[in-house]
Design a binder for this molecule. Sequence first.
Ligand SMILES: NC(=O)c1ccc[n+]([C@@H]2O[C@H](COP(=O)([O-])OP(=O)(O)OC[C@H]3O[C@@H](n4cnc5c(N)ncnc54)[C@H](O)[C@@H]3O)[C@@H](O)[C@H]2O)c1
Length: 255
Amino acid sequence: MGSELFELTGKVALITGATQGIGLAIARGLGQAGARVVINARNAEKLERAVATLAREGLTVSGCRFDLVNGAEVRERVAALEQEVGRIDILVNNAGIQRRSPLEQFDEKVWREVLDINLTGLFLVTQQVVQGMIARKSGKIINICSLMCEASRPTVGAYTAAKGGVKQLTKSMAVEWAKHNIQSNGIGPGYILTEMNRPLIDDQKFDAWVRARTPAGRWADPTELVGTAVFLASRASDFVNGQIIYVDGGILAAL
Ligand SMILES: NC(=O)c1ccc[n+]([C@@H]2O[C@H](COP(=O)([O-])OP(=O)(O)OC[C@H]3O[C@@H](n4cnc5c(N)ncnc54)[C@H](O)[C@@H]3O)[C@@H](O)[C@H]2O)c1
């Protein structure tokens, strides 16, 4: 018993939207726990740079370029990746976007974009990757959720709808694929210091609100999600299924 429970040596992990922020931190963390990591992005140049950074750190890493809303591209690239690396043991569905607008003014195109990337894209990647997991009777799926799976704030209605969908989809994945020894769980980050939150971090009023509202009294660094990701990717979580673990400094526990 002990650290071997969390050992990922010999495992292959695909992390979507992983050239920066939470995705990059999780990719690095899974790599440091022993996994061979494959990072995904839409932008080839950014992808190349992130792969080079992790390789310089001594990790076994490669890139897989696709836009996760393009179903045909996802199917083709994931199939090619499996040819290249043999299999995908761990899938971290991290890619996501935020677009803010009052609900009554929410632009239809932008609404669809948020739902498409955060929910439908996540489904398309998972549907392709799970085929191999079902065949091998083994797999770990980690969906990056949000506090917005449980609550909302003004202007983030589309994101809240999408992340609420991801929470429920995580349960459907668990219910349908548990019989194939596949565990599907979510991580719900609190307020994390990443580019997605740049407008909020730079807004003194919002920054003060986050510090006051979070029992821990601060924002978190993306690296603080790594422990939970390693747990959900490893043998240590083999009977944990359909759960969302909130890594939020206690925010959801407080009124
Ligand atoms: N930062 C937070 O406080 C926070 C809190 C809760 C949940 N999250 C979630 O964490 C995840 C990562 O967010 P982050 O804060 O690191 O933001 P980020 O903007 O730094 O990273 C998101 C990444 O997803 C990529 N992406 C977007 N659309 C894509 C597509 N169609 N195909 C491929 N890649 C695409 C982006 O290019 C970017 O690299 C998101 O799902 C986000 O909703 C973040």
